[in-house]
Design a protein around this ligand. Structure first.
Ligand code: PBG
Length: 326
């Protein structure tokens, strides 16, 4: 029986068996390209569950060390540290205290796994400010770009002093990469690399992160993070970050911005990271908990898609679990 000329070709031949599909797969995941974001909170004696991110914790210094060791032995490539201080204030003082929680955690993790994991730190003020913004405010309550840059410069220096390998300026202030580079070079830390949060969108998917860092933010970050409607704007941010000295660039969130990721990956000659953020994690966990989707398959599909869209590195809260599975 024949129906004319179709099918003229049979792509299904290459999908016939698991072995065949594995052979022709164009994208593979490797634990070494995964980065585990981790929270450490000051003043707690037990890890605290984050209700909107089941399976993710605010760590004590001790349990953070263990989580880092576990990630390292699973072959994960890096860890991105976030500090949650006990006391927050208008200028985020704890972000620049040499013995602030993030700085202590950097020392701990570098001592524990510094030879096996690339240790990175979030360089931003929102974890430390009582108003929850990523910068300091002016008299009218607006985020003051240039005054914030001075705080970032100081943060970069204390984080470098603590031994961090890579800083991740994530506040979307104009000029932040250049100022951080200068601040590091000024104290002789040409060796500390910058992972720039280059195309960072004002996203509703950050929701669970607010709980993760006990943020009291009211309002939003739309005056500094990018409008989800914009694509070309990311190219402008990219050019600026590269000119200012970014060693690696990031797109964030990941899954809703794969078009941006693809374009960035096709444009640059530096490594490209994508951050699968708290809300992306929560969405999958919540649907899986309801039995609506297959959790493990969904996780692998999201990560494969992010990789396929051009990310060399992926920040994901599932890093250790996925590395173990791989
Ligand atoms: C800023 C920062 C945020 C995240 C990473 N760095 C919050 C924000 O920009 O609003 C979000 C990460 C996530 O949602 O998983 N310090």
């Amino acid at each position: 029986m024949s129906y004319g000329e179709f099918p003229g070709a049979r792509p299904r031949r290459l999908r016939t068996s698991p072995a065949m599909r594995r052979l022709v797969a164009e994208t593979r995941l490797d634990p070494a390209e995964l980065i585990l974001p981790a929270f450490v909170r000051e003043g707690i004696s037990e890890p605290q569950a984050i209700s909107s991110m089941p399976g993710v914790y605010q760590h004590t210094r001790d349990t953070l060390r263990k989580a880092a060791a576990e990630a390292a032995s699973a072959g994960v490539g890096g860890i991105m540290l976030f500090g949650v201080p006990e006391v927050k204030d208008a200028i985020g003082s704890q972000g620049t205290e040499p013995d602030g929680i993030l700085q202590l955690a950097i020392r701990d993790v570098v001592a524990e796994v510094g030879d096996d994991l690339v240790v990175m730190s979030d360089l931003c003020l929102d974890e430390y400010t009582d108003h929850g913004h990523c910068g300091v405010l002016d008299a009218e309550g607006r985020v003051d770009n240039d005054a914030t840059l001075e705080r970032y410069a100081e943060m970069a220096q204390v984080q470098a002093d603590a031994g961090v390998h890579v800083v991740g300026p994530s506040g979307m202030m104009d000029g932040q990469v250049g100022v951080v580079r200068d601040a590091l070079d000024e104290i002789g830390r040409q060796d500390v690399a910058i992972l720039a949060y280059t195309a960072k969108y004002a996203s509703a998917f950050y929701g669970p992160f607010r709980e993760a860092v006990n943020s009291s933010l009211k309002g939003d970050r739309k005056t500094y993070q990018q409008d989800p409607a914009n694509f070309r704007e990311s190219m402008r941010e990219l050019a600026l970050d590269l000119a200012e000295g970014a060693d690696m660039v990031m797109v964030k969130p990941a899954l809703p911005y794969l078009d941006v990721l693809r374009k960035v990956a096709d444009t640059v000659d530096v490594p490209v990271a994508a951050y699968q953020i708290s809300g992306e994690y929560a969405m999958v966990e919540a649907a899986a908990a309801n039995g609506w989707i297959d959790r493990d398959r969904t996780i692998m599909e999201t990560l494969t898609s992010i990789r396929r869209a051009g990310a060399n590195m992926i920040l994901t809260y599932w890093a250790t679990e996925v590395a173990q599975r791989l």
